[in-house]
Design a protein around this ligand. Structure first.
Ligand SMILES: [Zn+2]
Length: 101
């Protein structure tokens, strides 16, 4: 089943939706931003804030989050945190080399 979305300025009534498709929600978000608002996109089913998926180019996926390092989607059923193993290794290596210097 397709997820639907609501665009809402926190603390206010919905700017648009519920029942928006992802592309409609992204369009309405930008329209609200153009008017000086700072709205967020929420999933209608879980009420989760999925605004960070805007600009990724794909719709938010159930069970997925975005890597804290590279911002690409991470399958949370396979990983223990929103981090790719390769990204975590890279970050650890960077930190280790900084500690040496
Ligand atoms: Zn990553």
């Amino acid at each position: 089943m397709e997820s639907t979305y609501t665009v809402r300025q926190p603390g206010h009534t919905a700017w648009s939706g519920p029942g928006l498709t992802w592309s409609q929600a992204c369009g309405d978000l930008h329209e609200a931003e153009d008017r000086g608002l700072n709205p967020r996109i929420y999933r209608d089913d879980s009420h989760a804030d999925v605004t960070k998926w805007v600009g990724i180019g794909i719709e938010p996926r159930d069970g997925w989050d975005l890597c804290i390092y590279c911002g690409e989607p991470v399958d949370m059923t396979r990983e223990q945190a929103a981090v790719h193993r390769a990204c975590a290794r890279h970050a650890a290596a960077l930190q280790a080399s900084e500690e040496v210097n």
